[in-house]
Design a protein around this ligand. Sequence first.
Ligand SMILES: Nc1ncnc2c1ncn2[C@@H]1O[C@H](COP(=O)(O)OP(=O)(O)OP(=O)(O)O)[C@@H](O)[C@H]1O
Ligand SMILES: [Mg+2]
Length: 247
Amino acid sequence: MLEVARVSRSFAGIHALQDVDFKVEPGSITALIGPNGAGKTTLINLITGVMPPSSGELRFDGRSLAGLKPHRVEALGIRRTFQTVHLFPGLTVRENLVIGGFRPALRASPWSMFALPARDRGPQRRRADALLELLGLEGLGDEIATDLPYGTQRRVEIARAMMGEPRFVLLDEPAAGMNETETHELTDDIRAIRGQGITVFLVEHDMSLVMSVSDKIVVLNFGKLIAQGTPEAIQRDPEVIASYLGA
Ligand SMILES: Nc1ncnc2c1ncn2[C@@H]1O[C@H](COP(=O)(O)OP(=O)(O)OP(=O)(O)O)[C@@H](O)[C@H]1O
Ligand SMILES: [Mg+2]
């Protein structure tokens, strides 16, 4: 579904990514792991059109993503979440989700608040409630999103990303800041999303989460791909142990 072909990206002499090469199979859960600064978020930014690669190519469904702006990438069915919470303060969970279903230009603007009353009903509202139920967040639709516990807010963000009916979802460290219970709920969420036939690309430092949900793991270290394979193979890989997992 996604092909990362010899992708590099530099920032003023820093090689954030160097010749990175791997594929994501449709319907799979693929995790991208590696130490801080390894280039994981940079790769998500390249895939989603936030910035272009310095060289190499990204293909989705066999089609090059070169030159596509984020809204064009999104139109192909690709959605992401961010490393920090990006919910609208003062709006309910359901309102946040409904805005998540707006087209990008409207979603990003403060005017989305004024478009809300007209759109916060009917199909969008039902879709929001169905997603809350899928992700075990039912009953929270009328709560003010930013008043919820941090881990719940992060799960609401995942639900919001799902409003655009994506086929490919990229999650940037969804478990960061979550307690153990929240991480278990998140694990169920990720499996539920894949259960809908949606391909999941997960950047994450929580190794028990990564090892339990992933079909395939890709490991970056200082911008270079050092290993890829099943969780079992990655846990035994000497270079991965030396550079990231530890003994
Ligand atoms: N917009 C940018 N401008 C300059 N340097 C950047 C930019 N984005 C990333 N970098 C640099 O690229 C390298 C990779 O950063 P990136 O954020 O992709 O790492 P990461 O693997 O996501 O790390 P973490 O686990 O801490 O989130 C770092 O050295 C970072 O400082
Ligand atoms: Mg990052």
